[in-house]
Design a binder for this molecule. Structure first.
Ligand code: HEC
Length: 124
């Protein structure tokens, strides 16, 4: 009887684990909308957005964090942006986990800056 309970507990934990994973899975892709933003700011480089990532993201996405991406440098940021995940997560689009996790949404100015940096070709 004790043993049975033990197995049931393990099974429930596995089900719970799977469920959490499913909830964060992408169920739909956010529509690609051309930003109604003025991104004409010339010379927008990574330096303009780096502090946003440093302050809000690299605690989990970097330094051995276990959140899939490493946002200390541009390589993974580009990869996330090209897949649409970067804007999807910071703009809290449906179907994406809300980033930064366990925090308030980034302020609009920061989101706009990142969006423009992407629109301008993610310059180094
Ligand atoms: C408190 C930890 C934490 C912080 C801070 C955080 N993330 Fe995440 N992030 C995660 C975890 C954990 C995952 C993977 C699990 C998930 O999908 O929820 C993830 C996943 C992602 C993904 C992949 C989403 C997908 O569709 O698979 C992107 C993109 C992302 N984060 C971007 C960011 C950005 C940008 C920031 C900063 C603005 C940020 N995260 C801050 C923990 C964090």
């Amino acid at each position: 009887m004790r043993k049975g309970l033990f197995y049931i507990t393990i099974a429930l934990m596995l089900v719970a684990a799977c469920k959490t994973k499913k909830e964060t899975a992408k169920t739909e892709v956010a529509p690609i909308v051309k930003p109604p933003l003025d991104c004409s700011t010339s010379g927008l480089t990574f330096a303009a957005v780096q502090s946003i990532f440093d302050k809000n993201c690299v605690s989990c996405h970097g330094y051995g964090g276990d959140a899939g991406y490493n946002f200390l440098t541009t390589a993974d940021i580009r990869r996330a942006a090209e897949k649409g995940e970067l804007l999807g997560t910071i703009k809290w689009h449906r179907g994406f986990p809300k980033m930064p996790a366990q925090s308030d949404q980034l302020d609009k100015a920061s989101i706009n800056l990142i969006e423009c940096w992407i629109a301008n070709g993610m310059k180094e």
